[in-house]
Design a protein around this ligand. Structure first.
Ligand code: SF4
Length: 309
C-alpha cells in the first residue's frame, strides 16, 4: 500500500483533484421530517438529535431555488475561489417523501448554473428502488452522493440511542445503492456511551470492506433539548477529551482503507446549544493537529489496512 500525498485523504483535496478547482457545499433546508420523529418508526428521535439547532440560519420559507441562489451569493463572498457547488440536503431525512416531490426539490437545486451535484443526507430505511433509480439517472449528468447515517455498527448502541434501525439495515441500503452506482457517504459518531476504542477501530475495518466512497466522523456532542442532554445534565458521564479523540482517530484512520475519502473528522455544534465537550480549537486547527501528529509518527490513512493500495 502507498501513502497518500497527505496523511489523510480529505474531501476538499479529492474534489480539487476531481474537478481541478475548489468545490463548496451549499446547504438547503427542504422541510423534511424523519420517520424516527413522526411516528412511522418512532416519535422521540435519536437521543442526541437536535436538528433544529444545526440549521438555524436557513430560511425554510424560501423555495429551494431561492435558498440556493441566496446561499451561493454569500458563499461567493466568503470563499472567493469557489465557483461551483454541491447542494447539500442536510437536515432530517431528505429522501423521505414521494418521488415527484423529491424530483421537484432536487431539480430546483440543480437548475442553478453553478450547482454541479447533490449531497443527500438520509436514513438507511428511507430509500427504495424508485428513488435510487431516479438518482442513478441524475448521476449520469451530476455529482450525486447519498449520505447514510449509521452512527454505530453496534446494534445494542443503536437501540440505546433510539436510532430505529439496525446495522443490517445500513448494510442493505449500502448494497442496494452501490448496485445503482450512486456514490455513498457514511456518517458515524465516535464516543457514544457504552462503546470503547476497540469497537471504533473495528468499525474502521468493517467500513473499509464496504462500497462506500466517503466517510463523515464526529465526536459525540451533547446538546440541549435532547434526551441525552437531559440525562447528561442530571448525571454527567465521561466524554472523550480532545487528545483521546485525536489518538483514537489516528488509529482509526490507520485501519481505514485509503480509497475512502474523509468528508469530516471533527464535528461542530453551535455554542448556544452545546453542553459538552467544549474543545478550545477550531475544526481547521484540529485538522492541522491530527495531520501533524500522523506526519510525525510516519503514519497515514490505510497504513494498517490490507485493502489499501
Ligand atoms: S438524527 Fe436523523 S434520524 Fe435521528 S431523529 Fe434526528 S433527523 Fe431523525
Amino acid at each position: 500500500m502507498s501513502q497518500l500525498y497527505r496523511p489523510i485523504n480529505f474531501y476538499a483535496e479529492y474534489m480539487k483533484r476531481t474537478y481541478g478547482q475548489r468545490i463548496q457545499k451549499v446547504s438547503v433546508e427542504a422541510g423534511f421530517t424523519c420517520p424516527n420523529r413522526d411516528g412511522k418508526v418512532a416519535t422521540g428521535g435519536c437521543v442526541y438529535c437536535n436538528n433544529e439547532s444545526f440549521s438555524p440560519l436557513l430560511n425554510r420559507q424560501l423555495s429551494i431555488a431561492d435558498q440556493i441562489a441566496n446561499n451561493i451569493i454569500s458563499m461567493k463572498r466568503r470563499y472567493k475561489k469557489a465557483k461551483q457547488y454541491i447542494a447539500y440536503f442536510q437536515s432530517y431525512s431528505n429522501t423521505y417523501g414521494a418521488l415527484e416531490h423529491l424530483k421537484d426539490l432536487y431539480s430546483q437545486a440543480l437548475s442553478h448554473p453553478d450547482v454541479i451535484g447533490l449531497a443527500i443526507g438520509t436514513r438507511p430505511d428511507c430509500i427504495n428502488d424508485e428513488i435510487l433509480n431516479y438518482l442513478s439517472e441524475l448521476s449520469q449528468e451530476y455529482d450525486i452522493t447519498i449520505e447514510y447515517g449509521l452512527e454505530s455498527k453496534n446494534d445494542t448502541t443503536l437501540k440505546n440511542i433510539n436510532r430505529g434501525h439496525d446495522y443490517q439495515c445500513f448494510l442493505d441500503a449500502v448494497a442496494k445503492t452501490a448496485k445503482y452506482k450512486i456514490k455513498i457517504c457514511a456518517h458515524i459518531i465516535v464516543g457514544l456511551p457504552g462503546e470503547e476504542r476497540a469497537e471504533w477501530i473495528d468499525t474502521a475495518k468493517e467500513l473499509s470492506k464496504l462500497p462506500i466512497d466517503f466517510l463523515k466522523i464526529h465526536q459525540l456532542h451533547i446538546v440541549k433539548d435532547t434526551v441525552l442532554g437531559t440525562q447528561y445534565q442530571k448525571a454527567p458521564f465521561p466524554l472523550l477529551s480532545e487528545n483521546e479523540y485525536i489518538d483514537i482517530m489516528v488509529e482509526f484512520l490507520e485501519h481505514l482503507d485509503n480509497r475512502i475519502v474523509i468528508q469530516r473528522i471533527f464535528g461542530e455544534a453551535p455554542s448556544e446549544v452545546l453542553l459538552s465537550p467544549s474543545w478550545d480549537k477550531s475544526i481547521s486547527q484540529l485538522r492541522i493537529q491530527i495531520e501533524s501528529i500522523m506526519d510525525n509518527k510516519g503514519t497515514y490513512q490505510g497504513r494498517l489496512c490490507t485493502l489499501s493500495k
